[in-house]
Every structure is written in structure tokens, then in C-alpha cells.
Ligand binder design. Sequence first.
Ligand code: ZN
Length: 190
Amino acid sequence: MESVVISCIQPRSMVFFFDMSNMKNIDQETKESFMRVAIAMAKKAAKAGDVPIGAVIVREGQIIAEGYNRTEAEQDPTLHAEMIAIREAARVLGAWRLLGCEMYVTTEPCVMCAGACVLSRLDAVYVGCESPKSGAAGSVKDILTAGDLNHTLVYEQGILRDDCADLLKSFFSHLRTRKQKEESQMGVTK
Ligand SMILES: [Zn+2]
């Protein structure tokens, strides 16, 4: 029932804890510092023309993997920030189970990435802003927070939310402006 109430009031920050043994009591300042690195990664994606989403994976207070969206750059629908970071972390650890690891990602993961977060046995996923059209942590589907799969994790949304949301807003606003310019130029040359 709690999640129903939470989704009705649409809070700026949501926290779900399913497996208390995964809790590490990471303080807010630490979470924000890792999210800032994820934001820096997201900016790299935007520079290359991709939707600005960035992710880092942390183990024992150290970043072991990073990723940013490269779907457009590589023309590969699986190259989301989270997938790249998960693959890199598994390579670094030499293990597909990312035990003792947490992810910081600027935007609520999609269905594919949320599935990969569960499959890789991450301890926790910390998210910046929600993704109303494709989020799989409650926005559209509920894979990360439903708690009915074979692995549950700590999920928290709202870490530097405004900064993460602004990245997306300005990216899409630039895209719209560019499209309008292109369309008006085409109109002139017709
Ligand atoms: Zn994704």
C-alpha cells in the first residue's frame, strides 16, 4: 500500500528498501558526490549527440566503472549508460555478480537497464530524476522496486534531481530549436 500512496503524491524523492542487509548508510553528501561524476559522464553523452544520461558503479567507496549513453554514436540500442557501466564493472571484478556494488545514474533506468541491475545483483541503485515515459522503477513499469524478482536492491530516487533533470531539459530544448531551424531553412530554399 505504501507505494500506492507514494505514487499519488509524486514526491521529489523516493526511497525503497527491500533487503535491509544491503543498507550501508551512505550519507547524502557522498551520494551527491558520486552523482556529480555521473552528471559529468552524462555531459559527455550530450557532446556526442546522445541523450545525456551517465552512470557510475561504486564499490567500497571507489568508482570502479563509468558509462554514458552512446546509442546514437554507436547506433546500438543496448549502449545505455547503465549497461556500459555494468559490463565494465563485471570486467574489472572478473565476475558477473556485482556484489557489494552500488550504481549512481542520472535518470531512472529503462526496462533493459533495470533488468540488468537486478541480474547483476547490484546492492543499490541511486537515481537522479525520474523518466516519466520509459522509467522502470515505477514510472511506466516497476522492475527495480516491485520486489518480486529473485534479487532485491535498495532504490533511492531524487539525488541531485534538479541538476539531472536540467541536463535532459536543455538537451531536448536544443534539439527542438535545431529542428525548427532546419525546417525553416528548408522552407526558405524550397
Ligand atoms: Zn536503459
